[in-house]
Design a protein around this ligand. Structure first.
Ligand code: HEM
Length: 335
């Protein structure tokens, strides 16, 4: 892939296996392996519900959150619809990350899927999870790991060891232990894009969505995160802040390596916008119908204007994997 020059910096994406064609062939194989993961997960659910391959369980869904761009968003990040004071309607789906619903009975990560409704009728989707870096270094590791985790429990460790070798296995297990070790209240969670995405002429960024008001430390999460979130929203608005880190260079801010963080102490986050979920009763019939409709909405980080396309191999594979997954759980497959 050739260098892309931005006013400020140079950055590049690199094809896996050396060329676009070779990467496409590799991804075709990986997409089939993710299909097998989905089918194996599906076989474990007795009620026959069709499920997303990952993030199968919704915790909350609203379709009228307000995304308001900060008045002081830095000039270089004022790209396209991200202009100071702009207000966009936003659909939000908060989820458990597992491919099998478990009602909070298992350690898990959480996800936040945002669909920004743009003035021109298009959408811009941002998907984030509640840990800054991916357990998987690249797309191959990601699919290998998902595949092992959907297999027999008794073979997990030998398979992880055989596939990744001792050093990578330990790194992955440590990442997962940190990522799933603490259960926080949903309104207290922070979410990261983990991978980079393009931000118009500003070049690549990574994103973080975090509570606008820092959570009270020591607050224990109740087992039912969904009901707790409903209770929180009954009592007042829930506000998050969206912040971005800018690309510096391939060492400090790698694009193809998903397991390496962009160090906040040297690459600070800057505020882009506030996301407000207004006070309501999520248990009312109307709110529950909305959540059901949100749950039936397939999200894909590639549902974005070209100027904001996701970057890096972990993101490139998501384009097909998400569509293939959604084609098996939605009544109307995505186009
Ligand atoms: C690297 C950063 C990633 C983040 C932040 C992320 C986040 C998310 C989130 C929030 C969802 C739930 C979307 C919804 O609510 O509908 C999701 C779903 C999903 N993710 Fe990821 N993900 C990442 C990487 C990957 C990778 C590398 C793969 C596979 C190779 C993958 C496979 C999937 C699949 C199959 C779904 C279900 C899609 C559907 O059926 O609609 N994700 N992800």
């Amino acid at each position: 892939m050739s260098d892309t020059t931005t006013p400020a910096r140079q950055w590049r994406e690199t094809w896996m296996n050396g060329s676009e064609a070779a990467e496409s062939r590799l991804f075709e194989e990986l997409v089939m392996r993710m299909r097998d993961v989905q089918l194996r997960n599906q076989a474990q659910v007795s009620d026959g519900r069709k499920l997303r391959t990952l993030h199968a369980e919704i915790l909350a869904g609203v379709d009228d959150a307000i995304f308001e761009v900060a008045d002081d968003v830095p000039p270089d990040l004022r790209q396209h619809h991200f202009q100071p004071g702009a207000r966009l309607r936003c659909t939000v789906r908060l989820s458990n990350a597992s491919g099998i619903p478990h009602g909070g009975r298992k350690p898990d990560m959480r996800g936040a899927a945002l669909r920004l409704h743009l003035p021109d009728g298009n959408v811009h989707e941002l998907l984030l999870t509640n840990y800054p870096v991916s357990h998987a270094r690249d797309a191959v590791q990601s699919v290998q790991f998902a595949s092992i985790m959907s297999g027999a429990r008794s073979l997990l460790l030998p398979r992880l060891l055989f596939t990744f070798g001792p050093a990578e296995m330990l790194r992955i297990l440590r990442n997962l232990k940190s990522a799933t070790g603490a259960t926080r209240r949903l309104a207290d969670e922070s979410f990261w894009s983990r991978g980079a995405l393009l931000w118009g002429d500003a070049g690549p960024v990574r994103l973080k969505l975090h509570p606008a008001v820092p959570p009270v430390s020591g607050m224990h999460a109740p087992p039912d995160l969904s009901s707790d979130f409903a209770q929180t929203l009954l009592q007042g608005d829930v506000l998050y802040q969206l912040s971005a880190q800018r690309y510096v260079d391939d060492v400090m801010t790698p694009i193809e390596d998903g397991c390496t963080g962009w160090d906040e102490s040297t690459v600070p986050f800057v505020k882009i916008a506030t996301l407000t979920l207004s006070t309501r009763d999520l248990r009312s019939p109307a709110a529950m119908a909305t959540a059901q409709a949100v749950d039936a909405t397939p999200f894909n980080p590639w549902n974005a204007p070209d100027a904001f396309r996701p970057l890096g191999n972990l993101n490139r594979i998501r384009r097909t994997v998400y569509d293939a997954s959604a084609a098996r759980w939605t009544a109307t497959p995505p186009h």
